[in-house]
Design a protein around this ligand. Structure first.
Ligand SMILES: Nc1ncnc2c1ncn2[C@@H]1O[C@H](COP(=O)(O)OP(=O)(O)OP(=O)(O)O)[C@@H](O)[C@H]1O
Ligand code: SF4
Ligand SMILES: [Mg+2]
Length: 338
Protein backbone atom coordinates (compact mmCIF):
# COMPACT_ATOMS: atom_id res chain seq x y z
CA UNK A 1 0.00 0.00 0.00
CA UNK A 2 1.40 3.43 -0.92
CA UNK A 3 1.91 6.15 1.71
CA UNK A 4 -0.77 8.18 -0.06
CA UNK A 5 -3.28 5.35 0.27
CA UNK A 6 -2.36 4.80 3.92
CA UNK A 7 -3.02 8.42 4.79
CA UNK A 8 -6.39 8.27 3.01
CA UNK A 9 -7.43 5.31 5.20
CA UNK A 10 -7.33 7.47 8.30
CA UNK A 11 -10.30 9.44 7.05
CA UNK A 12 -12.23 6.97 4.94
CA UNK A 13 -14.59 4.18 5.78
CA UNK A 14 -14.68 3.25 2.08
CA UNK A 15 -12.04 3.94 -0.53
CA UNK A 16 -12.73 2.77 -4.07
CA UNK A 17 -9.57 2.95 -6.17
CA UNK A 18 -9.65 2.67 -9.92
CA UNK A 19 -12.09 -0.21 -10.34
CA UNK A 20 -12.96 -1.75 -13.66
CA UNK A 21 -16.10 -3.92 -13.85
CA UNK A 22 -16.93 -5.60 -17.13
CA UNK A 23 -19.85 -7.71 -18.37
CA UNK A 24 -19.54 -10.36 -21.03
CA UNK A 25 -22.49 -10.24 -23.43
CA UNK A 26 -23.27 -11.73 -26.84
CA UNK A 27 -22.60 -8.38 -28.48
CA UNK A 28 -19.26 -7.84 -26.74
CA UNK A 29 -17.75 -6.72 -23.45
CA UNK A 30 -19.71 -3.97 -21.64
CA UNK A 31 -17.17 -1.78 -19.84
CA UNK A 32 -19.61 -0.66 -17.16
CA UNK A 33 -17.01 0.70 -14.73
CA UNK A 34 -13.89 2.07 -16.34
CA UNK A 35 -11.56 3.19 -13.58
CA UNK A 36 -13.97 4.41 -10.89
CA UNK A 37 -12.42 6.10 -7.82
CA UNK A 38 -14.14 7.77 -4.87
CA UNK A 39 -14.30 7.71 -1.10
CA UNK A 40 -16.78 7.90 1.76
CA UNK A 41 -15.66 9.29 5.09
CA UNK A 42 -16.78 8.21 8.55
CA UNK A 43 -20.27 9.44 9.46
CA UNK A 44 -20.60 11.12 6.10
CA UNK A 45 -23.53 11.09 3.70
CA UNK A 46 -22.34 10.83 0.12
CA UNK A 47 -24.41 11.02 -3.06
CA UNK A 48 -23.64 8.99 -6.17
CA UNK A 49 -25.25 10.83 -9.04
CA UNK A 50 -25.55 10.36 -12.79
CA UNK A 51 -27.87 9.45 -15.65
CA UNK A 52 -29.35 6.00 -16.13
CA UNK A 53 -26.72 3.45 -17.15
CA UNK A 54 -23.69 5.38 -15.85
CA UNK A 55 -22.72 2.59 -13.43
CA UNK A 56 -24.27 3.50 -10.07
CA UNK A 57 -25.84 0.12 -9.31
CA UNK A 58 -22.88 -1.78 -10.76
CA UNK A 59 -20.65 0.16 -8.35
CA UNK A 60 -22.68 -0.90 -5.29
CA UNK A 61 -22.76 -4.49 -6.51
CA UNK A 62 -19.02 -4.43 -7.15
CA UNK A 63 -18.39 -3.22 -3.59
CA UNK A 64 -20.48 -6.04 -2.10
CA UNK A 65 -19.33 -8.57 -4.71
CA UNK A 66 -22.87 -9.44 -5.75
CA UNK A 67 -22.53 -8.93 -9.50
CA UNK A 68 -24.62 -10.90 -11.98
CA UNK A 69 -22.84 -14.03 -13.28
CA UNK A 70 -21.60 -12.39 -16.49
CA UNK A 71 -19.97 -9.53 -14.57
CA UNK A 72 -16.54 -9.26 -12.96
CA UNK A 73 -14.44 -6.57 -11.32
CA UNK A 74 -11.24 -7.15 -13.26
CA UNK A 75 -9.00 -4.51 -11.65
CA UNK A 76 -8.83 -2.01 -8.83
CA UNK A 77 -9.09 -2.00 -5.06
CA UNK A 78 -12.03 -1.47 -2.69
CA UNK A 79 -10.85 -0.68 0.83
CA UNK A 80 -13.45 -0.91 3.59
CA UNK A 81 -11.92 0.12 6.93
CA UNK A 82 -8.55 -0.45 5.29
CA UNK A 83 -9.28 -4.02 4.09
CA UNK A 84 -9.41 -4.71 0.36
CA UNK A 85 -12.82 -6.34 -0.15
CA UNK A 86 -11.79 -7.67 -3.54
CA UNK A 87 -9.20 -9.88 -1.82
CA UNK A 88 -11.37 -11.02 1.09
CA UNK A 89 -12.31 -14.75 1.20
CA UNK A 90 -16.00 -15.33 0.48
CA UNK A 91 -16.83 -16.52 4.04
CA UNK A 92 -15.58 -13.16 5.44
CA UNK A 93 -17.36 -11.26 2.69
CA UNK A 94 -20.60 -12.82 3.96
CA UNK A 95 -19.92 -11.19 7.33
CA UNK A 96 -19.29 -7.83 5.65
CA UNK A 97 -22.63 -8.00 3.80
CA UNK A 98 -25.31 -6.94 6.24
CA UNK A 99 -23.26 -6.67 9.41
CA UNK A 100 -20.75 -4.10 8.12
CA UNK A 101 -22.30 -2.79 4.90
CA UNK A 102 -26.06 -2.90 4.43
CA UNK A 103 -27.76 -2.48 1.07
CA UNK A 104 -31.19 -0.97 0.57
CA UNK A 105 -32.79 -1.56 -2.81
CA UNK A 106 -35.11 0.53 -4.93
CA UNK A 107 -38.01 -1.86 -4.87
CA UNK A 108 -39.00 -2.82 -1.31
CA UNK A 109 -41.50 -5.44 -2.47
CA UNK A 110 -39.04 -7.60 -4.38
CA UNK A 111 -36.61 -7.50 -1.44
CA UNK A 112 -39.17 -9.18 0.83
CA UNK A 113 -40.43 -12.74 0.58
CA UNK A 114 -44.23 -12.60 0.08
CA UNK A 115 -44.93 -15.94 1.79
CA UNK A 116 -43.07 -15.26 5.03
CA UNK A 117 -44.21 -12.98 7.84
CA UNK A 118 -42.14 -9.93 8.70
CA UNK A 119 -41.18 -11.67 11.96
CA UNK A 120 -39.66 -14.63 10.12
CA UNK A 121 -37.83 -12.39 7.67
CA UNK A 122 -36.39 -10.10 10.31
CA UNK A 123 -35.61 -12.61 13.04
CA UNK A 124 -33.78 -15.02 10.72
CA UNK A 125 -31.50 -12.30 9.36
CA UNK A 126 -30.78 -10.88 12.82
CA UNK A 127 -29.99 -14.34 14.22
CA UNK A 128 -27.65 -15.01 11.32
CA UNK A 129 -25.54 -11.94 11.99
CA UNK A 130 -25.81 -11.31 15.72
CA UNK A 131 -25.29 -13.62 18.66
CA UNK A 132 -28.88 -13.56 19.93
CA UNK A 133 -31.64 -16.11 20.47
CA UNK A 134 -35.10 -16.10 18.88
CA UNK A 135 -36.83 -13.89 21.46
CA UNK A 136 -33.92 -11.44 21.69
CA UNK A 137 -33.91 -11.15 17.89
CA UNK A 138 -37.67 -10.50 17.88
CA UNK A 139 -37.22 -7.85 20.56
CA UNK A 140 -34.49 -6.16 18.50
CA UNK A 141 -36.69 -6.28 15.41
CA UNK A 142 -39.68 -4.75 17.22
CA UNK A 143 -37.50 -2.05 18.72
CA UNK A 144 -36.06 -1.15 15.32
CA UNK A 145 -39.54 -1.16 13.73
CA UNK A 146 -40.67 1.29 16.38
CA UNK A 147 -37.66 3.51 15.72
CA UNK A 148 -38.42 3.75 12.01
CA UNK A 149 -42.00 4.73 12.79
CA UNK A 150 -44.02 1.56 12.31
CA UNK A 151 -47.06 1.80 14.62
CA UNK A 152 -47.84 -1.12 16.94
CA UNK A 153 -44.81 -3.15 15.92
CA UNK A 154 -45.60 -5.91 18.47
CA UNK A 155 -48.69 -6.82 16.42
CA UNK A 156 -47.51 -5.77 12.97
CA UNK A 157 -44.42 -7.98 13.09
CA UNK A 158 -46.70 -10.97 12.42
CA UNK A 159 -48.17 -9.41 9.27
CA UNK A 160 -47.08 -10.31 5.74
CA UNK A 161 -45.46 -7.93 3.20
CA UNK A 162 -48.72 -7.41 1.25
CA UNK A 163 -50.35 -6.03 4.41
CA UNK A 164 -47.94 -3.09 4.34
CA UNK A 165 -47.89 -0.07 2.03
CA UNK A 166 -44.82 0.59 -0.15
CA UNK A 167 -43.47 3.23 2.25
CA UNK A 168 -43.98 0.93 5.26
CA UNK A 169 -42.22 -1.93 3.45
CA UNK A 170 -39.23 0.30 2.84
CA UNK A 171 -39.29 1.17 6.57
CA UNK A 172 -39.25 -2.57 7.38
CA UNK A 173 -36.18 -3.00 5.17
CA UNK A 174 -34.48 -0.05 6.82
CA UNK A 175 -35.29 -1.53 10.24
CA UNK A 176 -33.97 -4.94 9.19
CA UNK A 177 -30.79 -3.44 7.75
CA UNK A 178 -30.12 -1.28 10.79
CA UNK A 179 -30.88 -4.03 13.32
CA UNK A 180 -27.58 -5.59 12.20
CA UNK A 181 -25.74 -2.40 13.24
CA UNK A 182 -23.86 -1.82 9.99
CA UNK A 183 -21.39 1.07 9.74
CA UNK A 184 -22.16 1.83 6.09
CA UNK A 185 -25.57 1.90 4.45
CA UNK A 186 -25.74 1.82 0.66
CA UNK A 187 -29.17 3.00 -0.47
CA UNK A 188 -29.72 2.45 -4.22
CA UNK A 189 -32.60 4.72 -5.27
CA UNK A 190 -34.39 3.84 -2.00
CA UNK A 191 -37.41 6.01 -2.68
CA UNK A 192 -37.86 5.94 -6.46
CA UNK A 193 -40.70 3.41 -6.25
CA UNK A 194 -42.57 5.51 -3.69
CA UNK A 195 -44.78 8.54 -4.14
CA UNK A 196 -43.41 11.97 -3.34
CA UNK A 197 -44.70 12.51 0.22
CA UNK A 198 -43.71 8.99 1.25
CA UNK A 199 -40.28 9.54 -0.36
CA UNK A 200 -39.70 12.51 1.89
CA UNK A 201 -40.73 10.52 4.99
CA UNK A 202 -38.43 7.61 4.13
CA UNK A 203 -35.50 9.98 3.47
CA UNK A 204 -36.15 11.66 6.80
CA UNK A 205 -36.03 8.29 8.56
CA UNK A 206 -32.74 7.43 6.86
CA UNK A 207 -31.37 10.82 7.90
CA UNK A 208 -32.56 10.51 11.51
CA UNK A 209 -31.25 6.98 11.86
CA UNK A 210 -27.95 7.99 10.32
CA UNK A 211 -27.53 10.74 12.88
CA UNK A 212 -28.64 8.52 15.76
CA UNK A 213 -26.46 5.55 14.87
CA UNK A 214 -23.49 7.42 13.38
CA UNK A 215 -23.75 5.59 10.06
CA UNK A 216 -22.01 6.51 6.84
CA UNK A 217 -24.40 6.65 3.89
CA UNK A 218 -23.87 6.10 0.18
CA UNK A 219 -27.04 7.42 -1.43
CA UNK A 220 -27.45 6.47 -5.08
CA UNK A 221 -29.92 8.57 -7.01
CA UNK A 222 -30.56 10.44 -10.21
CA UNK A 223 -32.76 12.87 -8.28
CA UNK A 224 -30.71 16.02 -7.73
CA UNK A 225 -33.25 17.44 -5.27
CA UNK A 226 -32.77 14.37 -3.07
CA UNK A 227 -28.95 14.64 -3.09
CA UNK A 228 -28.93 18.36 -2.47
CA UNK A 229 -30.98 17.91 0.69
CA UNK A 230 -29.50 14.69 2.00
CA UNK A 231 -25.76 14.57 1.32
CA UNK A 232 -22.54 16.24 2.46
CA UNK A 233 -20.54 15.40 -0.66
CA UNK A 234 -21.27 14.05 -4.12
CA UNK A 235 -19.50 12.00 -6.75
CA UNK A 236 -20.82 12.62 -10.26
CA UNK A 237 -20.69 9.60 -12.57
CA UNK A 238 -20.61 9.68 -16.34
CA UNK A 239 -20.21 6.64 -18.60
CA UNK A 240 -18.66 4.41 -15.94
CA UNK A 241 -16.27 7.00 -14.51
CA UNK A 242 -16.32 9.68 -11.84
CA UNK A 243 -16.07 13.07 -13.53
CA UNK A 244 -16.44 15.39 -10.55
CA UNK A 245 -16.34 15.11 -6.74
CA UNK A 246 -16.80 17.62 -3.98
CA UNK A 247 -18.98 19.07 -1.24
CA UNK A 248 -22.63 19.03 -2.33
CA UNK A 249 -23.28 22.69 -1.63
CA UNK A 250 -20.22 23.81 -3.59
CA UNK A 251 -20.96 21.63 -6.59
CA UNK A 252 -24.53 22.91 -6.78
CA UNK A 253 -23.35 26.49 -6.48
CA UNK A 254 -20.35 26.23 -8.75
CA UNK A 255 -20.12 23.07 -10.88
CA UNK A 256 -16.77 22.67 -12.69
CA UNK A 257 -17.20 19.76 -15.11
CA UNK A 258 -19.16 20.42 -18.34
CA UNK A 259 -21.29 17.32 -17.67
CA UNK A 260 -22.16 18.45 -14.13
CA UNK A 261 -23.08 21.86 -15.51
CA UNK A 262 -25.35 20.27 -18.12
CA UNK A 263 -26.88 17.96 -15.52
CA UNK A 264 -27.69 20.81 -13.14
CA UNK A 265 -29.15 22.84 -16.00
CA UNK A 266 -31.36 19.92 -16.93
CA UNK A 267 -33.43 20.18 -13.75
CA UNK A 268 -35.81 22.95 -12.81
CA UNK A 269 -33.49 25.04 -10.64
CA UNK A 270 -34.22 25.77 -7.01
CA UNK A 271 -33.03 29.33 -7.23
CA UNK A 272 -33.54 29.98 -10.92
CA UNK A 273 -36.81 31.03 -12.51
CA UNK A 274 -37.12 28.80 -15.55
CA UNK A 275 -39.33 25.78 -15.05
CA UNK A 276 -38.57 24.16 -18.39
CA UNK A 277 -36.58 20.92 -18.21
CA UNK A 278 -33.59 21.11 -20.51
CA UNK A 279 -32.15 17.95 -21.96
CA UNK A 280 -28.45 17.33 -22.48
CA UNK A 281 -27.81 17.09 -26.23
CA UNK A 282 -26.57 13.71 -27.50
CA UNK A 283 -27.04 10.37 -25.81
CA UNK A 284 -25.36 8.52 -22.97
CA UNK A 285 -22.27 6.67 -24.18
CA UNK A 286 -22.59 3.16 -25.39
CA UNK A 287 -20.38 1.08 -23.14
CA UNK A 288 -19.49 -1.75 -25.53
CA UNK A 289 -17.69 0.64 -27.82
CA UNK A 290 -17.30 3.87 -25.86
CA UNK A 291 -15.85 7.08 -27.33
CA UNK A 292 -12.08 7.28 -26.81
CA UNK A 293 -10.62 9.65 -24.22
CA UNK A 294 -13.11 11.74 -22.27
CA UNK A 295 -16.39 9.89 -22.64
CA UNK A 296 -18.28 13.18 -22.60
CA UNK A 297 -16.46 14.64 -25.61
CA UNK A 298 -19.13 13.89 -28.24
CA UNK A 299 -21.58 15.98 -26.18
CA UNK A 300 -19.22 18.63 -24.86
CA UNK A 301 -19.13 22.19 -26.19
CA UNK A 302 -15.59 22.68 -24.82
CA UNK A 303 -14.09 19.57 -26.47
CA UNK A 304 -10.78 19.87 -28.35
CA UNK A 305 -8.39 17.33 -29.83
CA UNK A 306 -6.78 16.54 -26.46
CA UNK A 307 -10.18 15.37 -25.15
CA UNK A 308 -9.78 12.26 -27.29
CA UNK A 309 -7.22 11.20 -24.67
CA UNK A 310 -8.29 10.31 -21.16
CA UNK A 311 -8.49 13.03 -18.50
CA UNK A 312 -7.76 11.83 -14.95
CA UNK A 313 -9.72 12.87 -11.88
CA UNK A 314 -7.46 15.51 -10.33
CA UNK A 315 -7.58 17.84 -7.38
CA UNK A 316 -8.66 21.28 -8.57
CA UNK A 317 -9.04 23.04 -5.22
CA UNK A 318 -9.61 22.05 -1.59
CA UNK A 319 -11.82 18.94 -1.63
CA UNK A 320 -12.78 19.51 -5.29
CA UNK A 321 -11.81 16.94 -7.93
CA UNK A 322 -12.51 17.19 -11.66
CA UNK A 323 -11.68 15.00 -14.68
CA UNK A 324 -11.46 17.56 -17.47
CA UNK A 325 -8.67 19.11 -19.53
CA UNK A 326 -10.32 22.51 -19.77
CA UNK A 327 -11.65 23.40 -16.32
CA UNK A 328 -10.15 26.90 -16.39
CA UNK A 329 -11.83 27.70 -19.75
CA UNK A 330 -15.12 26.19 -18.56
CA UNK A 331 -15.10 28.37 -15.44
CA UNK A 332 -14.15 31.49 -17.40
CA UNK A 333 -17.00 30.89 -19.82
CA UNK A 334 -19.48 30.40 -16.95
CA UNK A 335 -18.32 33.60 -15.34
CA UNK A 336 -18.75 35.58 -18.56
CA UNK A 337 -22.29 34.19 -19.01
CA UNK A 338 -23.45 35.02 -15.50
N1 LIG B 1 -25.83 -8.11 -16.29
C1 LIG B 1 -25.44 -7.18 -17.15
N2 LIG B 1 -25.02 -7.52 -18.40
C2 LIG B 1 -24.59 -6.58 -19.28
N3 LIG B 1 -24.57 -5.26 -19.02
C3 LIG B 1 -24.97 -4.87 -17.80
C4 LIG B 1 -25.43 -5.79 -16.81
N4 LIG B 1 -25.78 -5.10 -15.69
C5 LIG B 1 -25.53 -3.80 -15.98
N5 LIG B 1 -25.05 -3.66 -17.24
C6 LIG B 1 -24.67 -2.41 -17.91
O1 LIG B 1 -23.81 -1.67 -17.07
C7 LIG B 1 -24.05 -0.28 -17.21
C8 LIG B 1 -24.28 0.35 -15.86
O2 LIG B 1 -25.50 -0.13 -15.32
P1 LIG B 1 -26.08 0.32 -13.92
O3 LIG B 1 -27.20 -0.60 -13.62
O4 LIG B 1 -24.99 0.39 -12.92
O5 LIG B 1 -26.63 1.78 -14.23
P2 LIG B 1 -27.27 2.81 -13.19
O6 LIG B 1 -26.38 4.00 -13.16
O7 LIG B 1 -27.55 2.13 -11.91
O8 LIG B 1 -28.62 3.22 -13.95
P3 LIG B 1 -30.11 3.47 -13.37
O9 LIG B 1 -30.13 4.92 -12.93
O10 LIG B 1 -30.98 3.24 -14.55
O11 LIG B 1 -30.36 2.51 -12.26
C9 LIG B 1 -25.23 -0.14 -18.15
O12 LIG B 1 -24.75 0.13 -19.46
C10 LIG B 1 -25.87 -1.51 -18.11
O13 LIG B 1 -26.50 -1.82 -19.32
S1 SF4 C 1 -12.17 16.77 -21.06
FE1 SF4 C 1 -12.79 17.87 -22.88
S2 SF4 C 1 -14.59 16.79 -23.63
FE2 SF4 C 1 -14.24 16.14 -21.53
S3 SF4 C 1 -15.53 17.46 -20.34
FE3 SF4 C 1 -13.51 18.41 -20.40
S4 SF4 C 1 -13.59 19.80 -22.15
FE4 SF4 C 1 -15.33 18.43 -22.34
MG1 LIG D 1 -29.28 1.64 -10.89
Amino acid sequence: MTEELKSKHNKNILLVENIYTYFKTESGVVKALDGVSFDIRENESVGIVGESGCGKTVTSRSILRILPKNGETVAGQIFYKGVDLLKLPEHLMRVVRGKEIALLFQDPLSALNPVLSIREQMVDVIKLHRKVNESEAAELAINMMRQVGIPEPEQRIDDYPHQYSGGMRQRILIARALALQPDLLIADEPTTALDVTIQAQVLKIIKDMREKLGLSLMLITHNLGVVSENTDRIHIFYGGRVVESGPTREIFKDPHHPYTIALLESIPAFDRKEKQLKTIPGSVPQLINPPPGCRFHPRCEFATEICKTRPTLEKFSEDRFVACFHVEEVLKSRKSKS
